[in-house]
Write a protein that binds this ligand. Sequence first.
Ligand SMILES: Nc1ncnc2c1ncn2[C@@H]1O[C@H](COP(=O)(O)OP(=O)(O)OP(=O)(O)O)[C@@H](O)[C@H]1O
Length: 246
Amino acid sequence: MSLRFGGLVALDGVSFDVPAGKILGLIGPNGAGKTTMFNAITRLYRPQAGEIWFGQTNLLGLAPHEIPRLGIARTFQNLALFPSMTVRDNIRVGLHASTKADVFSQALRLPWVGREERRAEQVVDEAIDYLGLRAVERHPAAGLPFGTLKRIELARALVARPKLLLLDEPAGGLNHEEVSALGALIRDIRERFDVTILLVEHHMGLVMSISDRVVVLDFGKKIAEGTPDEVRRNPEVIRAYLGVEA
Ligand SMILES: Nc1ncnc2c1ncn2[C@@H]1O[C@H](COP(=O)(O)OP(=O)(O)OP(=O)(O)O)[C@@H](O)[C@H]1O
């Protein structure tokens, strides 16, 4: 796909596949186009050229609100939580992608709505326990440590039971121990939820240790793609990161 902001080419004919059930790391220096790629996939931005396929569905034919229902969830580089809402309510927000109940069925309290609500609360409970958030579930999001906020965002994405999870810099702002724990958690999420993961991340240690494949962008172009080992040794990649000849 290609995507321009006025005269600035943010993505220039970038193409890659994310195989089902795999973790694909999307890396590149600042301004390379990584977040723009996420925003194009979730339909916040419209590329001027190209196609984005999710299985048999062309995402460019859909509106942004239809993306979560397809089974695509994301977390944000700068957390997007509601500060005054409790942790539990923030996580519940993720359910809207997967529940069927509309305003009218809810108002009439049709029997299936009650069943669906109980099931939904169970899914929220599972996510709270899985991400170790039980002690803070009634606490407003505001004021909680950064690492906790990141886990709340993950929980919110997971309750929608996504098939594809887009993680935008999940390690940003975390300390060394938190990053190692996050690596193990992302792998466990992939196994447990049978989810495909597209990971944008600056923390090389994390990307290289958990990704099956890595795609490297630089100034909107794909400059490399391969296994973590192949990418690490690629002269173009070394040049992009260090700004010198390899
Ligand atoms: N809404 C926008 N309007 C204009 N230019 C934008 C917009 N969003 C991004 N850009 C520009 O597009 C280019 C790619 O930005 P993008 O945020 O995708 O990079 P990135 O790889 O995610 O960088 P970082 O690692 O710093 O988050 C940059 O030059 C950026 O300034």
